[in-house]
Ligand binder design. Structure first.
Ligand SMILES: *Cc1c(COP(=O)(O)O)cnc(C)c1O
Length: 398
């Protein structure tokens, strides 16, 4: 692709989609794919959801942008709705997950600063985490492959092994401000922290005057069958970043915090040009209209079970290809025995889209509106792809 005008930072599949409807994507050649990747958990309500299209086009005819120098009523409304539905008292809107994380980290540092602890700025994080691609969030994520060649790692992040709470406790110093964790790691391979671990993190934070930050950029917004994954755990954070699914495909993120945690975020200390603009707010409110409607999340739970059971059956049938199924809700991982890229290709051969993740896992993050019929069709296609792989290995391929 030497002729491309674009940075070569993405290894793109040779597919170009022209339009989408629900869980289906159509290529420019007219081929239809079942989208179980959902734009990496972004297309929470599928493609071209009529309620979202209406909200966006209606707003587009009225007002696109005014800046945060003025009142934005739809921003106020979305903030109030998120606050009413969560642990939080305050919201700051961004355009992406990484920006929501940046806001979360800044909020924690400012909290310590205005609480008489300006020396507390460090954040404890966990291996396998992914928090974004800005300079601070690659330092928080701690993955060497994302840090290499980008100069000195941003100071202030101390990483401990996944789910090693003793190590997290030991990593706390008089300079520590917060602990940052994805309740369910997405890029890391659909790995969830045991309840007991999250509870211990909460206790540690309370005992040591630290803030607990959850990164629900991927696992939030209905993905687990709850509005946010932390509801499954009974542990509430002080600060939470979310994005991806909350815009349903429109760039939108948000940092949520308790009044106490946000007390340092006073006039002028933080800002954004595009964050919370009327277009994003119209879509964000429309996404919530659907996800918070009576019974919607119960349906996600029911369909998730159907999908997980079906995948487990395929795993049982082809233990040479699949080691097991993991995940919560419609955030599912196929732990592969052979390279996950090969399994991904096999699925694509059956016109099913999935996303590779760490730990040799293949992720399924379908739109939450997927029907039972499409789940069955997806399972059938996945079984066919996996069966072909299994047969090719038995024939000495692999
Ligand atoms: C995708 C992701 C991010 C980064 O979001 P961007 O919108 O790409 O900046 C951060 N945290 C988690 C858990 C993610 O999955």
């Amino acid at each position: 692709m030497a002729g491309s005008a674009l940075y070569e930072t993405f290894a793109r599949a040779p597919l170009s989609f022209e339009r989408g409807e629900g869980v289906w994507l159509t290529t420019d050649a007219g081929e239809r794919y079942l989208d179980l990747a959902g734009g990496i958990a972004v297309n929470s309500l599928g493609h071209a959801h009529p309620h979202l299209v209406a909200a966006l086009t209606e707003q587009a005819g009225k007002l696109w942008h005014v800046s945060n120098l003025y009142e934005i009523p739809e921003q106020r409304r979305l903030g109030e709705r998120l606050v009413a539905a969560t642990f939080a008292d305050k919201a700051f809107f961004t355009n992406s997950g990484a920006e929501a994380l940046e806001c979360a980290i800044k909020t924690a540092r400012r909290y310590q600063y205005v609480s008489g602890h300006p020396e507390r700025f460090r954040v404890v994080t966990f291996e396998g985490a992914f928090h974004g691609r800005t300079l601070a969030t690659i330092a928080a994520g701690g993955q060497q492959k994302y840090l290499e060649g980008f100069g000195p790692k941003v100071e202030g992040f101390d990483q401990v092994p996944f789910n090693d709470i003793d190590a997290a406790e030991k990593a706390i110093t008089p300079e520590t401000a917060a602990i940052l964790v994805e309740p369910i790691q997405g890029e890391g391979g659909i790995r969830d922290f045991p309840l007991a671990s999250l509870r211990r993190l909460r206790e540690l934070c309370d005992a040591r005057g630290l803030l607990l930050i959850f990164d629900e950029v991927q696992c939030g917004v209905g993905r687990t069958g709850r509005l946010f994954a932390y509801e499954l755990t009974g542990v509430e954070p002080d600060i939470m970043a979310t994005a991806k699914g909350i815009g349903g495909g429109f760039p939108l993120g948000v940092c949520l915090a308790t009044d106490e945690a946000a007390k340092g975020m006073t006039s002028g200390v933080h800002g954004t040009t595009f964050g919370g603009n009327p277009l994003a707010m119209a879509v964000g409110n429309a996404v919530l209209d659907v996800i918070l409607a009576d019974g919607f999340l119960d349906e996600v739970k029911r369909k998730a079970l159907l999908m997980k059971q079906g995948l487990a059956a395929v795993a049982d049938e082809f233990p040479d290809v699949i080691e097991g199924i993991r995940g919560a809700g419609l955030m599912l991982g196929i732990k592969c025995k052979m390279p996950n890229g090969k399994v991904n290709e096999a699925l694509r051969g059956e016109k099913v889209l999935a996303v590779p993740a760490g730990e040799n896992v293949l992720r399924l993050l379908p739109p939450l509106i997927i029907s039972d019929e499409d789940i069955r069709l997806g399972l059938e296609r996945i079984r066919t792809g996996v069966a072909k792989l299994s047969a090719s290995m038995k024939n000495g391929g692999g």
